[in-house]
Design a protein around this ligand. Structure first.
Ligand SMILES: Cc1cc2nc3c(=O)[nH]c(=O)nc-3n(C[C@H](O)[C@H](O)[C@H](O)COP(=O)(O)OP(=O)(O)OC[C@H]3O[C@@H](n4cnc5c(N)ncnc54)[C@H](O)[C@@H]3O)c2cc1C
Length: 577
């Protein structure tokens, strides 16, 4: 296996190359971590099982009581990713993601509280902290004596994070921080804030600071009243002339935007693990309910329409887990280029969870709608995952535009080379880039990129993946040629490409996992997983072909025209009275 892949699997795939070593074999958790996790699972059960009434009460109250946060500290929930040398558990991305997967099945608000601390609140310190900063803060962060929060969003800067107005002026060796952040998870309970502020007045010139609650001028608002994850703390955080020493800068002055993006990328497997855990819980509840509830003289689990929902929930959960574990494995191998895959794992798992919790509620019928049962809360708690840590729209743009940027560079190179070819054909062809060679390969039928590592039984699915990959490379190429630089404004086309990429990465992950399952357990024991792959592969193939077909044949302009009309009128105009 490649130790440090130079370029990511999906970015290579968009250039027409399948780098199998990145996704094969399917990543496995280390034995020691497996043992730790088994213990953790038992300890969670001892600690949290049977406390549903408490979680419901805290959801209604919109707050976790301080005594419970103390229990979280004592359990060690704030120490998960902090290196052992500083008193933490030093979990890998895989073990961390799996831990949140287990915890979320008890309560999502508790999981978000622990997750915001580890995934984003103190991750800047983990990724960019100096030794002195780590010595200063990690031991207290590990015990939960101080809890961490990540402060990027502002009233005027949500998705457009570069538009932040919070600013820091240099005064001698110190910086004077002013501004307001909103919707900060853990805002009300944190003592350690990773804060992003403009440091020279220019948009985008941002620096990351460590700010602590004891600094004069730091204040937080009461908790927001939210739709879901209600017991987690979400508040504004204000900074009024807060004096921050230069020792509290994270990374380089002016490079804070990069710090913020790296934190979000690196923490995504936490969110993904949470989504998978909630899906598993939804499947457990829905299957039990479907067997117990009888209508028309039979358990509703006997009916095709219920089976259809449950079957799809299983496929969604398996695929999401495969994607999330793959990304965690890639991060744990030390890869630096995983931002596209991490974004895919967030979009895929959060949307699969939303569909899954919706279907679980539908299976429960009226019971699903009643607060007394867990379904409605599951839906409320699930919804946030499509919004925070980068909305799924923004991540789709990021996924597709990254690929198109890569191909755009190659096309420019190709144009240069083709100029040379006309002047000097031999020299010109000699310097054809790999991309150009592959393009010629597709056109002529040579140089077909193949997947060789999956188990032989999976050949039919591997063929679909290869065919879709050719469609992908052709789609990127086609979209770019059609729209050129205008592509940034062509979001319908960009979304189509992102959806193709999301599906293909998920398919590669599922093929890899099922292949590993056959090799490890044998064909018979892995038969059900092959069925999952068969269903998922069919879904992907249909969606990819559909999206590909719509590049040239679509109703984009009509939809845009309807949206423009509705926005101009600010209402639905065809009242049928
Ligand atoms: C419960 C909760 C907890 C949060 N925790 C934190 C936290 O701990 N730290 C923190 O810094 N932030 C936090 N946030 C903020 C969160 O990250 C933002 O809400 C998110 O980034 C989206 O920003 P916005 O809400 O301003 O939406 P907007 O940016 O206003 O977007 C509104 C809609 O427009 C879409 N949109 C925006 N721009 C474009 C575009 N160019 N093209 C197409 N569509 C676009 C979006 O996808 C979205 O659908 C939290 C939010 C919530 C609700």
């Amino acid at each position: 296996m490649t130790e440090k892949p130079e370029i990511s699997f999906m970015r290579s795939l968009c250039l027409g190359e399948i780098i199998e070593d990145i996704v094969f074999p399917f990543p496995k958790m280390k034995d020691e971590e497996k043992a730790t996790l088994a213990q953790l699972r038992d300890s969670f059960a001892t600690w949290l099982k049977g406390r549903d009434a408490d979680f419901r009460k805290w959801d209604v109250a919109g707050e976790l009581p301080p005594e419970f946060i103390q229990e979280m500290r004592e359990f060690g929930l704030f120490s998960l990713v902090i290196p052992e040398a500083y008193g933490g558990l030093g979990f890998s991305s895989t073990a961390y993601s799996r831990t949140l997967q287990e915890l979320v099945q008890y309560d999502p608000s508790v999981t978000i509280t622990a997750g915001a601390h580890s995934s984003i609140g103190m991750r800047g310190l983990l990724l960019y902290g100096t030794e002195a900063q780590k010595q200063r803060f990690f031991p207290k962060l590990a015990t939960g004596e101080i809890i961490a929060a990540f402060c990027l969003t502002e009233p005027g800067a949500g998705s457009d994070a570069a538009a932040i107005k919070t600013h820091a002026e240099k005064q001698g060796d110190d910086w004077i921080l002013n501004g307001e952040k909103i919707w900060i998870t853990n805002g009300g309970i944190a003592d350690f804030f990773t804060v992003f502020a403009r440091t020279d007045g220019k948009q985008g010139h941002v620096t990351a600071f460590i700010v602590t609650r004891d600094m004069p001028g730091v204040t937080t608002s009461p908790h927001e009243d939210k739709m879901g994850i209600r017991a987690s703390s979400t508040t504004s955080v204000r900074f009024d002339n807060v004096k921050v020493g230069k020792d509290n800068i994270l990374g380089e002055v002016g490079k804070g935007f990069k710090v913020a993006m790296r934190i979000l990328n690196s923490g995504r497997t936490g969110l993904g693990g949470g989504c998978v855990g909630m899906m598993k819980k939804a499947i457990g509840l829905a299957t039990k309910q479907a067997k117990e509830r009888r209508q028309f003289g039979r358990p509703i689990a006997d009916y095709g329409l219920i089976k259809q929902k449950i079957g799809h929930m299983v496929v969604e959960c398996y695929a999401s887990e495969s994607v999330v574990n793959m990304v965690a494995g890639i991060i744990d191998r030390g890869s630096e280029d995983y931002a596209v895959e991490a974004a895919i794992s967030k979009v895929f798992s959060s949307e699969a969870l939303w569909r899954t919790s919706d279907e679980a509620l539908q299976i429960a019928g009226g019971v699903g709608y009643m607060r007394e049962y867990p379904y409605e809360r599951m839906m409320r708690d699930s919804r946030i995952n499509r919004i925070f840590e980068g909305t799924n729209e923004i991540l789709r743009l990021f996924i597709a535009l990254t690929a198109m940027n890569d191909v755009g560079h190659q096309l420019k190179e190709m144009a240069k080379v083709l100029g040379n070819v006309l002047v000097d054909p031999i020299k010109g062809f000699g310097v054809l880039s790999d991309y150009a060679k592959r393009r010629v390969g597709y056109a002529t039928g040579y140089g077909r990129t193949e997947m060789t590592k999956p188990h032989a039984d999976l050949k039919a699915f591997t063929n679909v993946f290869e065919e879709c990959t050719r469609n992908l490379a052709a789609a990127v190429d086609r979209i770019l040629r059609k729209h050129g630089k205008e592509i940034v404004e062509k979001q319908f086309a960009t979304r189509r490409l992102a959806d193709i990429m999301i599906d293909l990465f998920a398919l590669a992950c599922v093929i890899s996992r099922v292949s590993g399952a056959i090799e490890e357990k044998g064909q018979e024991a892995a038969a059900k997983e092959v069925e999952i792959l068969e269903v998922f592969c069919g879904q992907v193939a249909r969606r990819v072909r559909g999206n590909f077909g719509k590049i040239d044949d679509n109703d984009d302009e009509l939809i845009k025209s309807l949206a423009d009309h509705a926005c101009a009128e600010e209402r639905f105009v065809w009242d049928n009275l």
